[in-house]
Ligand binder design. Structure first.
Ligand SMILES: C=CC1=C(C)c2cc3[nH]c(cc4nc(cc5[nH]c(cc1n2)c(C)c5CCC(=O)O)C(CCC(=O)O)=C4C)c(C)c3C=C
Ligand SMILES: [Fe+2]
Ligand SMILES: [Fe+2]
Length: 350
């Protein structure tokens, strides 16, 4: 997805986001996107100003890429040297200049590795569609051979990284006598119900991650899966993170540990929404022990997870996860031809 590096970049970021028909399918999008963007810019600029003037997502993604190169060179020397490129959907570096750079570098084999562990048509699907569009234009002869890692919601090292972050926070933030009774609030970015009802696999995959992490932790603590960052007046998947925080406050709970479970780095959704906005809500309802688990960022166990995902993918010779071709047959939107676009016209063999 990417994020604006500076407050000035907020407008172009939001404009690209509201112009994306895979994320927000609105009628007359070409005309409405600039209008919605203009209205939303001041509020969102203010939020980025409060987290230091921009999104740190580029910093973290670049670190993840550099560390992954090192892990890959070590665990799969036969395909070394490995090199990472970043393709953000709504901020620079965008897919198009990145493909230009890859062609200039003479790349002949590439893997599109999603940094969303759980698949959604609106996020990973949108990025893959953008990649296909750009490749049709920039590499019509298919000089770069591609394959895709589109999800890894229960990869053991991903689960281990989340579990350790939770254990570390419990140990650091709460006295031993209270530790096992602190509720864990797993918070993921919500989805509009129109997308959920189309059969999008994201809610189930997020729940799979949560369940695997709870199994690894031995189900010691009470927990809930809740959904954040709803935008606009339509119905979104709930319960809302904010409402559940208020609910715990009403019950007289003093402790609450929030776990961002569908992001792999810090950005506005963790630093502003979870820390500042909901931190304030928690304080108001008397939850004095409201804390957030640190994001995965450059955690070596998470980088190891990415390395294993890529190594297993290469070793298997697969072009994509077994799930990806099922994406559109399982989606009931008759106009959605995404799978056909992705697999029909591209020669994906190498
Ligand atoms: C798992 C991650 C995400 C899903 C799923 C997702 C779905 C989704 N988002 C919107 C609308 C907006 N999202 C915005 C920002 C934003 N979204 C994610 C992640 C997911 N979105 C992130 C990480 C960010 C922040 C980027 C950063 O700061 O670096 C925004 C912009 C902010 C705002 O205006 O509130 C919008 C709008 C929809 C409609 C949607 C599902 C269809
Ligand atoms: Fe979003
Ligand atoms: Fe679809």
């Amino acid at each position: 997805m990417g994020g604006p590096k500076t407050v000035q970049d907020v407008e172009s970021f939001l404009f690209r986001l509201f112009s994306d028909h895979d994320l927000i399918p609105i009628p007359f999008q070409k005309y409405l996107a600039p209008w919605i963007t203009k209205r939303r810019v001041p509020k969102i600029q203010e939020q980025y100003a409060k987290i230091g003037g921009g999104s740190p997502i580029f910093h973290w993604t670049q670190r993840q890429g550099l560390l992954l190169e090192q892990v890959m060179d070590r665990i799969r020397p036969e395909s070394a040297p490995h090199k990472h490129y970043i393709a953000f959907r709504y901020a620079e570096p965008l897919t198009e200049p990145t493909i230009d750079e890859m062609k200039k570098d003479g790349v002949t084999r590439a893997i599109a590795l999603s940094l969303y562990p759980q698949y959604s048509c609106s996020t990973t699907g949108s990025s893959l569609n953008e990649l296909v569009r750009v490749l049709k234009d920039k590499d019509p002869s298919g000089s770069i051979k591609w394959s895709v890692v589109d999800r890894y919601p229960t990869q053991p090292m991903l689960v281990e990284a989340f579990a350790r972050h939770i254990e570390q926070s419990l140990e650091k933030e709460y006295p031993a006598s209270e530790r096992d009774s602190v509720p864990l609030l797993f918070s993921a970015h919500s989805l509009p119900m129109s997308v959920v009802n189309r059969g999008d696999t994201y809610p189930g995959e997020v729940a799979a991650t949560v369940n695997a992490v709870m199994e690894r932790l031995g189900h010691r603590n009470p927990y809930r899966l809740v959904w954040q960052s709803q935008v606009g007046p339509s119905a979104w998947l709930g319960p809302k993170t904010e409402d559940v925080i208020k609910g715990y406050g009403k019950q007289g709970k003093k402790n609450l540990l929030v776990v961002p479970i569908a992001f792999v780095s810090d950005h506005i959704e963790t630093l502003f929404e979870l820390d500042l906005e909901y931190g304030h809500v928690a304080k108001e309802v008397g939850i004095t022990g409201y804390k957030r688990v640190e994001s995965l960022n450059d955690d070596p166990i998470f980088i190891q997870c990415l390395g294993e995902v890529v190594k297993n993918h290469l070793d298997s010779g697969a072009l994509h996860s077994k799930q990806l071709p099922l994406r559109c047959p399982s989606c009931t939107n008759p106009k959605c031809g995404k799978t056909k676009e992705f697999f029909g016209s591209q020669d994906m063999e190498w």
